[in-house]
Design a protein around this ligand. Structure first.
Ligand code: NAP
Length: 252
């Protein structure tokens, strides 16, 4: 809780898509929200504008969360401006052009794992040092944004991305058990096909519409539908839930 009586949340990759929807929904629930982004300053500013227009509190924090040297300064800046962090949403994630595994370069594999897994590991470390009752903290909540790809494996599209999300699932479960008695809950969401920019990065902006007939609910999801699950996991409404997964995926 900060001086204004608001809990403080950091959402990584909050300039666009699921992260942006989550930052706005957390702000609407009264959280002071740090909007982390990598390079799209204009999109991040638009998220901050929306939060402030609605009477909320936000803070822009540019940082490449895949870089070890960037993560501690980001947490320090947020704490200085907003107060002690009690919610971390590890949402930043990337994928690259649809390919078979044999065509994926080592450089690409490493970049995907750095952004999708190392960032989650680094931000969790920082959060735990500040939240854990073991280190004098007052507790907190971590929500990781994994993917249904961790179960499907994404053959012929991006096995590297799917494997990185498998790592996020395992990290979520192991860390949740490690800190369960230290006042920290750790859970994850595994979205299915959601309408965001990420599919254009894979080379197919219309991917959700191509595949939607394979979704039991016969439609793609919206970012705000994932944000609802993330925010539920972030609040005390899920106070007895840890080490768990919610799959906002229309039945996939
Ligand atoms: P998106 O629309 O492409 O947005 C990605 C966000 O991550 C942007 O805000 C981007 O910042 C940020 N980002 C990327 N690399 C970063 C880095 N190194 N440091 C800080 N921020 C970084 O993606 P999305 O679809 O909302 O995806 C969000 C999460 O949901 C990802 O983890 C993704 O794997 C997961 N997911 C998405 C879907 C789906 O269908 N959309 C399904 C399952 C899981 P900039 O704007 O500055 O580039």
């Amino acid at each position: 809780m900060n001086a204004a009586g608001r809990k403080v949340a950091i959402v990584t990759g909050a300039s666009r898509g699921i992260g942006a929807a989550t930052a706005k929904l957390l702000a609407a629930h009264g959280y002071a929200v740090a909007i982390n982004y990598h390079s799209n300053t204009q999109a991040a500013q638009a998220v901050l504008h929306d939060i402030e227009q609605a009477g909320g509190i936000g803070l822009l924090v540019q940082a490449d969360v895949s870089q070890p040297a960037a993560v501690k300064p980001m947490f320090d800046a947020v704490e200085q401006a907003l107060g002690t962090v009690s919610v971390l949403v590890n949402n930043a994630g990337i994928l690259h052009t649809q390919s078979r595994l044999v065509d994926i370069s080592v450089e690409r594999f490493e970049a995907v794992f750095r952004t999708n897994v190392l960032s989650c590991f680094l931000c969790c470390q920082e959060a735990i040092m500040r939240m854990s009752t073991r280190y004098g903290g007052a507790g907190g909540v971590i929500v990781n944004v994994s993917s249904g790809a961790s179960k499907s494996g994404s053959p012929n599209e991006y096995v590297d991305y799917a494997a990185s999300k498998g790592a996020v699932d395992t990290l979520t479960r192991g860390l949740a058990l490690e800190v369960a008695a230290e006042g920290i809950r750790v859970n994850a969401v595994r979205p299915g096909l959601i309408y965001t920019d990420i599919h254009a990065a894979g080379g197919e902006p219309g991917r959700v519409d191509r595949l939607k007939s394979k979704i039991p609910m016969q439609r793609g999801g919206q970012a705000h539908e994932v944000a609802e699950a993330i925010v539920w996991l972030a609040t005390d409404k899920s106070s007895f839930v840890t080490g768990s997964f919610i799959d906002p995926a229309g039945g996939l």
